[in-house]
Design a protein around this ligand. Structure first.
Ligand SMILES: Nc1nc2c(ncn2[C@@H]2O[C@H](COP(=O)(O)OP(=O)(O)OP(=O)(O)O)[C@@H](O)[C@H]2O)c(=O)[nH]1
Ligand SMILES: [Zn+2]
Length: 314
């Protein structure tokens, strides 16, 4: 039989078959994925083949189907092992608020670059639209212009007034999705607006996380009544730190990637090099200053907590 892993405890995997039946399965002996040194061979979102055990209603997983993507967290100790948080994500929604809390372009751009690196399509949701004043609304427009020009879908929503919640639901239908964003942007509120019966206790778990308990938190997948699944990743606000090689960062900024073959040097990092197509586009206002600053910041491995607006002003 074949099914979707919706939950993992570390030793048991909850597998849901196409027709909605659920089985608890385990893996027998050594079961390793080629090329990935991971603490968990199978994660939420994996599609697996399994066989039922004789005279039992539990199963044994025999194979994992190829993943189209997966997100990992590196262990904090020196073992360099990775923990696969979730696999086969169709869409990641990044919730952005202008205020309460502010979401800065540096954070958005690092998230988007990580999503590109992981090969996960991302939609930007501007939440709390009910609460903004004119200046903040203008800022949403500015951000929307920048990101929709690059090719990212931007949707203005309000989780408390249900504004455009039907649009979000439509984007989620029959897909495996996840919500990310700073603490307080409204992830739980939005999930409740979308599916009131779910009642995911994100804050409770993230509080536990903040207290520094190094227990491994496993992601869990919840079924949506209108079709599809939502992945809850307790205590994980984004994709974590992705170790980018300097040369590859350009590839994760789509509008840079589209131009890079026009740089004089094929190893151009778009800093001081002559005849750089990215610097030229920046001068011609074809690349947003904030995107370029985010790029430089990632290149120089600086922290993302810089406060700057889309014009690159501090
Ligand atoms: N005005 C307004 N407030 C909102 C909206 N969405 C959420 N809030 C409020 O923002 C606060 C934080 O919302 P949460 O849903 O707890 O945020 P969260 O992202 O789940 O936060 P963490 O669990 O810490 O990650 C709550 O007081 C919500 O009522 C919105 O669309 N408009
Ligand atoms: Zn260049």
């Amino acid at each position: 039989m074949t099914g979707l892993v919706t939950k993992s405890t570390g030793s048991w995997y909850y597998v849901r078959t196409e027709n909605g039946n659920r089985y608890q399965c385990r893996i027998r002996g050594k079961f390793r994925m080629e090329g990935i040194k991971s603490t968990n061979p199978i994660s939420v979102g994996d599609i697996v083949d399994f066989e039922l055990e004789e005279q039992k209603d539990t199963g044994v997983i025999t194979a994992i189907h190829d993943r189209k993507n997966y997100i990992v967290r590196k262990s904090v100790n020196l073992s360099k092992q990775t923990h696969i948080i979730a696999a086969n994500i169709d869409v990641a929604f990044l919730l952005i608020t202008i205020d309460n809390p502010p979401t800065f372009p540096g954070f958005i751009d690092r998230f988007l670059a990580s999503a590109e690196a992981y090969n996960i399509p991302t939609v930007l949701l501007f939440n709390k639209m009910d609460a903004y004043e004119d200046k903040q609304l203008e800022y949403v427009e500015e951000l929307t212009q920048i990101y929709s020009d690059i090719g990212y879908l931007c949707v203005e929503i309000s989780a408390t007034t249900n504004f455009n919640i039907d649009v979000v639901k439509e984007l989620m239908q029959d897909k495996v999705t996840m919500f990310s964003g700073h603490s307080g942007v409204g992830k739980s509120t939005l999930i409740n607006a979308i599916e009131p019966s779910l009642n995911i206790k994100t804050s409770e778990i993230s509080l536990q996380h903040k207290q520094g308990q190094h227990t491994t938190t496993f992601a869990e997948m919840y079924e949506l009544s209108f079709g599809g699944f939502i992945i809850d990743t307790p205590g994980i606000k984004g994709f974590g730190v992705v170790d980018f090689e300097p040369q590859e960062i350009t590839d994760y900024f789509p509008e840079f990637f589209a131009l890079k073959q026009d740089c004089k040097f094929n190893n151009c990092l778009h800093q001081k090099e002559p005849h750089c197509a990215i610097k030229k586009a920046l001068k011609e206002d074809k690349i947003a200053p904030s995107r370029y600053y985010s790029y430089l910041q990632m290149l120089n491995k600086e922290e993302e907590h810089f406060r700057q607006n889309v014009r690159g002003e501090l």
